[in-house]
Design a protein around this ligand. Structure first.
Ligand SMILES: Cc1cc2nc3c(=O)[nH]c(=O)nc-3n(C[C@H](O)[C@H](O)[C@H](O)COP(=O)(O)O)c2cc1C
Length: 195
C-alpha cells in the first residue's frame, strides 16, 4: 500500500493549515489507493536549521532532525498544505524541507494552497524547491481562495468544486508515487548489483 503524508505547512497560532489538512485527510481517507496520514511540522519543534553538515551528506546529528527524518522516510508521496506568505511558502515549511534530503528524494508531491490568489505564488516557489529535492510534483493543484473558501476570511468552508480539484490532484499524485516507488526500487537493485 502506498503511504502519502499530508504535511501541515504552517506553525502559526490560529493557523488555517490545520483545518485545510483535516479536510484533505477526510476526503483522501475515503479512497482505497493509498494510506493517508496528517504530519504536523509544528509537533517536531524544528529550530531554524542547526545541522552543521549539509543534509545531502546524510549525517544528521540532532535528535529533532533524526525524529523528523524517521517520520518522513516511510512515505511514498506528499501533499503539501501551504499558506502564502509574501508570495512564497511559509518559512516553517521551507525550513522543514531544508532539514532533510534523501528522505524526500525520488518521491512525488502535490499541493493544496490558500491565499488571496489561491496560494498559487507559494506553489510556484515550492515547485523550484521540489526540483532540487528530487521530488516529482504533479500538475494539478488545489487553489483555495481566502475570499470564497473561508467564511469571513476565517472559518474554512470550501466551495463544492474544490473537492473535485483535490480528487484530480490525488489521482495524479498516486500515479506518480507508484512510478517513483518503482524508480527507487530499480535504483536500489542497481546499487546492489554494483556493490
Ligand atoms: C507573514 C504573512 C504574509 C502574508 N502574505 C500573503 C501573501 O503574500 N499573499 C496572500 O495571499 N496572503 C498572504 N498572507 C495571508 C495568509 O494567506 C493568511 O493569513 C493565511 O491564513 C495564512 O495561513 P495560516 O493561517 O495557515 O498560517 C500573509 C500572512 C502572513 C502571516
Amino acid at each position: 500500500m502506498l503511504k502519502i503524508a499530508i504535511i501541515v505547512g504552517s506553525t502559526r497560532p490560529g493557523r488555517k493549515a490545520e483545518a485545510v489538512a483535516r479536510w484533505v485527510h477526510s476526503i483522501a481517507s475515503k479512497r482505497t489507493d493509498a494510506q493517508y496520514e496528517v504530519v504536523d511540522i509544528a509537533q517536531f519543534n524544528l529550530p531554524l536549521l542547526d545541522e552543521p553538515v549539509p543534509p545531502s551528506m546524510h549525517k544528521y546529528s540532532k535528535p529533532h532532525t533524526k525524529a523528523w527524518a524517521e517520520r518522513i522516510a516511510p512515505f511514498d508521496g506528499f501533499v503539501f498544505v501551504t499558506p502564502e506568505y509574501n508570495h512564497g511558502t511559509s518559512a516553517a515549511l521551507k525550513n522543514a524541507l531544508d532539514y532533510l534530503y534523501v528522505e524526500w528524494n525520488n518521491k512525488a508531491a502535490g499541493f493544496v494552497a490558500y491565499g488571496s490568489a489561491g496560494g498559487t505564488r507559494a506553489v510556484e516557489q515550492l515547485r523550484l524547491v521540489m526540483a532540487e529535492l528530487q521530488i516529482a510534483d504533479v500538475r494539478a493543484q488545489v487553489a483555495l481562495s481566502l475570499f470564497t473558501d473561508f467564511e469571513n476570511f476565517s472559518a474554512f468552508k470550501p466551495a463544492a468544486h474544490q473537492e473535485k480539484a483535490l480528487g484530480t490532484m490525488l489521482d495524479q499524485l498516486v500515479a506518480w508515487s507508484h512510478a517513483m516507488r518503482a524508480l527507487r526500487t530499480r535504483a536500489a537493485d542497481l546499487q546492489k548489483l554494483a556493490a
